[in-house]
Design a protein around this ligand. Structure first.
Ligand SMILES: *Cc1c(COP(=O)(O)O)cnc(C)c1O
Length: 440
C-alpha cells in the first residue's frame, strides 16, 4: 500500500508516513486506495484478530507485513468489550474503549504506534541513535504515549506538560515512568508546550544531535487501530443480530470520528455515523451551513474534545470533497456542559452506569435522536475514557465515587518524578543533552 499527502498528492510508504507523522508539505497521509472487505469474509473474533485481517492491505509491501499479527497482539492486549445496556427501551450498546493502561481510548492508538515504531527501527541506513518522541500534552495524550512507549528499545519519549494545568491524577500518569520516558513541567500554557516541542523538532542544531519524531493524533499509526475497533464492534453486533448498528462517536480532533467513516467505507456493517461533540461547534456548524469555520477552542467538561480546528477534517474533505455527499455520510450534534452533567446524572440513575464527560456527549446525542431513528434500531455508543479519570466531575454530579480500575491504581502507586523547565527551546535542549549523557 502507498500513502499520499492530502496536499501535494506526493506518495510514500507506510513506515515513512508513520515515522514522519505529517507530510513535508503540511498535509496528512491517506492510503492511495481504501481496501474493501465483505464482512462475511472476516474470520477473526477478538479485536487483535480482526485488526490483523483488516489492516493487512495497509501493511502489504511493507517490511513489517509479516509482523502485523504480532503488532496487533502486542498493542491490543486488553479487553474492548461491547456491552448491551440493560434497561434501555431500544437496542443500545456501549463499546468500552477504556480498559488500557491509562484508562482511555488513546491507549489503543498510542500502543499500536509504539509497537509499529519499535519494529520499524532501525530503518535501513540508520545510525544507532534512538528516536526521541516529543509530546506536548494538556493531560491525556501524554500519559497514553508515555505508557505505550515505556520500555521499548531504540525509542525515548519526552513529555512536555503545562505547570499547574493538569489534574493531580493526570500529572501522575505523565511523571511515573522513568527509564526511556522523561517528563518536563513547562512554566507556561499548553500552547507554550506545543510551541517548544515544535521548535525543537524544527531546530537544525538539535536535529543534528537527536532523531526526533512525534506521536500526534494525526499519525496514521494511531488512526489504523481505531478503524479496527469500529470494525470489530460493527462485526460483533452484526454476527449476533444480523443487522448493522449505527455508531455514535464522541470526537474532537476527529480521529475517532474519521476512523469510523473509514471502517464503513471499507465495507463494515455500520448503518449511520453520528459524531457527538462538545461546545466546540466547528463540525456541526459546517454540516448545517456548508461553511468551514475553524476557530480557537473553548474549554468544556469534555476537555479532551476541546478542538476548534479539527485536524482530521482534512482527511474527510479529501475523501468526500462533495459537500452533499459528506453531509449524507455523517451527522454531528453538539452537547454543552449542562447537558453533559444532566446525562451523567440521568444514566447513573437509569442504568447504574457513570460515564466520563466525553462518553456522556455520546449518550446525550443518542437520547436526542428522533424517536424514529431509535425505535428498534440498534446503536453503539463509544465510551472513550473510564469515569475514574474524571472523578472531580463525576463525583460532584453523582454524589458518589467510582472504583479506580486496577491498571490505573497501579500507575498511581508508582513513584513520580519530573524536571521543571522554562518555556523555551534552549532550556529543553540543555535537559535533553543532560539526559543523553546519562545514557552514554
Ligand atoms: C482524545 C479523546 C477524545 C476525542 O478523540 P478524537 O480523536 O479527537 O476524536 C474523546 N474522548 C477522550 C477521553 C479522549 O481522550
Amino acid at each position: 500500500m502507498r500513502y499520499r499527502s492530502t496536499r501535494s498528492g506526493r506518495e510514500t510508504d507506510l513506515l515513512t508516513a508513520v515515522m514522519r507523522g505529517l507530510a513535508d508539505d503540511g498535509g496528512l497521509f491517506v492510503p492511495v486506495d481504501l481496501p474493501h472487505f465483505d464482512p462475511g469474509s472476516i474470520a477473526g473474533d477478538t479485536l487483535a484478530e480482526i485488526a490483523a485481517e483488516l489492516l493487512q492491505p495497509f501493511f502489504s509491501g511493507s517490511p513489517l507485513e509479516s509482523d502485523l499479527r504480532a503488532i496487533c497482539d502486542d498493542a491490543l492486549d486488553f479487553a474492548v468489550p461491547l456491552q448491551r445496556l440493560r434497561g434501555a427501551p431500544d437496542p443500545l450498546a456501549v463499546l468500552e474503549l477504556f480498559h488500557g493502561p491509562t484508562a482511555a481510548f488513546k491507549d489503543i492508538g498510542a500502543r499500536f504506534l509504539a509497537a509499529v515504531m519499535e519494529r520499524a527501527l532501525p530503518l535501513p541506513g540508520d545510525d544507532d541513535r534512538p528516536v526521541t518522541i516529543l509530546v506536548a500534552t494538556s493531560g491525556d495524550t501524554g500519559g497514553a504515549v508515555a505508557a505505550a512507549f515505556h520500555g521499548r528499545s531504540r525509542l525515548r519519549v519526552g513529555v512536555l506538560f503545562p505547570k499547574g494545568q493538569v489534574s493531580a491524577r493526570q500529572q501522575h500518569q505523565l511523571t511515573c515512568w522513568g527509564g526511556n520516558v522523561r517528563s518536563f513541567e513547562v512554566a507556561g500554557s499548553f500552547d507554550d508546550c506545543q510551541a517548544v516541542a515544535k521548535a525543537a523538532l524544527m531546530d537544525p542544531a538539535l536535529s543534528r544531535r537527536y532523531r526526533f519524531s512525534s506521536a500526534n493524533s494525526i499519525n496514521l499509526g494511531r488512526l489504523l487501530p481505531q478503524v479496527a475497533y469500529h470494525a470489530a464492534s460493527s462485526l460483533w453486533h452484526w454476527r449476533e443480530a444480523g443487522t448493522a448498528a449505527g455508531h455514535i462517536v464522541p470526537t474532537g480532533n476527529l480521529g475517532n470520528g474519521l476512523a469510523c467513516v473509514w471502517a464503513r467505507a471499507m465495507g463494515m456493517p455500520i448503518r449511520e455515523i453520528v459524531f457527538a461533540v462538545n461546545s466546540n461547534l466547528t463540525i456541526p456548524e459546517y454540516l448545517s451551513t456548508g461553511k468551514w469555520g475553524p476557530r480557537p477552542s473553548v474549554r468544556t467538561l469534555a476537555s479532551a474534545m476541546d478542538v476548534g480546528d479539527p485536524s482530521n477534517m482534512e482527511r474527510l474533505f479529501d475523501m468526500l470533497p462533495d459537500f452533499a455527499e459528506l453531509r449524507a455520510t455523517v451527522q454531528a450534534y453538539p452537547v454543552d456542559d449542562d447537558a453533559i452533567r444532566a446525562q451523567i446524572r440521568q444514566d447513573d440513575e437509569r442504568f447504574g452506569q457513570v460515564w466520563c464527560p466525553h462518553t456522556a456527549t455520546g449518550f446525550r446525542v443518542y437520547d436526542q435522536l428522533a424517536e424514529a431513528q431509535r425505535a428498534d434500531r440498534p446503536w453503539i455508543v463509544c465510551a472513550t475514557a473510564h469515569p475514574a479519570k474524571f472523578e472531580s466531575i463525576t463525583e460532584s454530579v453523582t454524589g458518589h465515587s467510582v472504583p479506580v480500575p486496577d491498571s490505573l491504581q497501579a500507575l498511581l502507586a508508582r513513584p513520580s518524578e519530573h524536571i521543571s523547565i522554562r518555556a523555551d527551546i534552549d532550556a529543553l535542549g540543555v535537559e535533553l543533552d543532560r539526559w543523553n549523557a546519562e545514557f552514554a
